[in-house]
Design a protein around this ligand. Structure first.
Ligand SMILES: NC(=O)c1ccc[n+]([C@@H]2O[C@H](COP(=O)([O-])OP(=O)(O)OC[C@H]3O[C@@H](n4cnc5c(N)ncnc54)[C@H](O)[C@@H]3O)[C@@H](O)[C@H]2O)c1
Length: 335
């Protein structure tokens, strides 16, 4: 029988793509989501992409009773913990809500997992744990100095999971530090669907190109980077999903805690991404200069060589593929 993998936040952007790749790889994904930042309409979309019904429990990972019941009722072999709040700006405004959801959710989940003796876990961490790195590309051993509340919640959970792993050799834990996930499934059935104003560059560009927003705000054009705009590492969400399947297979063999960057290894400035999106959609994109956002950094891109060595994984899709898939999703998502 196929291994059942619980994907918390599986109706969200990254989680939904992971669900598809898990199904493709022969796993049985099971979702828990409270739809805080996603929509139930993701479920029929997942059915269309995977050609099967993906079970979903509507609930909150912080609700220990719900999570414990989930483990009692399903024979879950591993968990991918994507559920969380991810807006850097919102985290600065609502720190307690961010600690409650991101740290509280992980504590409840680990407690329920230990209780059910399920000890294989992948955690959706973030390059935000590095803050502004001393040098790029950034390796996993770089100093951890998160510059935002969001990044500190991620680092706090990482630390807890490292402690869990040291306390009990039965655990296999992957701390996967995503750089900037972007793009969409090539079917254009699933993609990033932020509620309200998006916080991430590529969905913002998609909205402007679709005339649902007038222009993009370039937040900071005086950073210490070649063109003054922030440099980030954009990794296609499908590559990210493939990386999770590789990590799942690795963790089935290797105990302990493993920390890996999942990034493309290439840094692109905001203006380079705007140009790539203009190529993808075939129209000019209006922009205006705006102040830096609290918690942002000048430049951050990955050294992904450890993931290549450990998992045999590397990002296969480039920035043009990311923009083409994001645009296809934008123009087809309301079908
Ligand atoms: N997208 C990025 O830029 C990025 C970068 C680095 C790390 N991450 C991390 O990856 C994970 C997934 O991000 P995403 O981009 O898919 O975000 P998302 O908002 O699209 O998905 C998060 C999902 O978790 C659910 N959720 C939130 N709190 C929950 C709770 N307490 N109980 C149950 N469900 C809950 C939401 O409803 C949503 O479906 C997050 O942990 C995020 O911090 C994302």
């Amino acid at each position: 029988m196929a291994d059942t993998v619980l994907v918390t936040g599986g109706a969200g952007y990254v989680g939904s793509h992971i669900v598809v790749e898990l199904a493709n790889a022969g796993y049985s994904p099971l979702i828990i989501d409270n739809f805080a930042t996603s929509l139930p309409s993701m479920l029929p979309r997942l059915r269309r992409v995977t050609d099967r019904t993906i079970p979903c429990v509507v609930g909150d990972v912080r609700d220990l009773a719900v999570i414990k019941r989930l483990f009692a009722e399903h024979s879950i072999t591993a968990v991918i913990h994507c559920a969380g709040l991810k807006s850097v700006g919102e985290g600065e405004q609502k720190p307690v809500a961010y600690y409650d959801n991101n740290v509280g959710g992980a504590i409840a989940l680990v407690e329920a997992m230990a209780d059910a003796n399920v000890k294989r876990l992948i955690f959706s961490s973030s390059a935000a744990v590095y803050g502004q790195p001393d040098r790029n590309p950034v390796t996993e051993d770089a100093p951890l100095r998160p510059a935002s509340v969001y990044g500190r919640t991620k680092r706090t959970v990482e630390q807890m999971l490292e402690d869990v792993s040291s306390s009990d050799a039965g655990w296999s834990i992957g701390l996967l530090r995503y750089f900037n996930p972007a793009g969409a499934h090539p079917s254009a059935q699933i993609g990033e669907a932020p509620s309200g104003t998006p916080n991430n560059l590529v969905p913002m560009l998609a909205q402007v190109a679709a005339a649902s927003a007038p222009e993009i705000a370039v937040c900071g054009d005086d950073w210490d980077t070649p063109d003054g705009t922030g440099v980030r590492d954009y990794v296609h969400v499908m590559d990210l999903a493939v990386g999770h399947v590789a990590a799942m297979q690795y963790l089935a063999r290797v105990p302990g805690s493993t920390t890996l960057n999942l990034g493309s290894g290439r840094g692109h400035s905001v203006l380079e991404v705007v140009a790539a999106f203009e190529r993808a959609c075939g129209k000019p994109i209006a922009r205006r200069a705006a102040p830096r956002r609290p918690g942002d950094v000048a430049s951050c891109y990955a050294d992904p060589s450890r993931a290549q060595d450990v998992l045999g994984w590397r990002a296969a899709r480039d920035l043009d593929a990311i923009c083409a898939d994001a645009w296809r999703w934008q123009t087809n998502r309301h079908r």
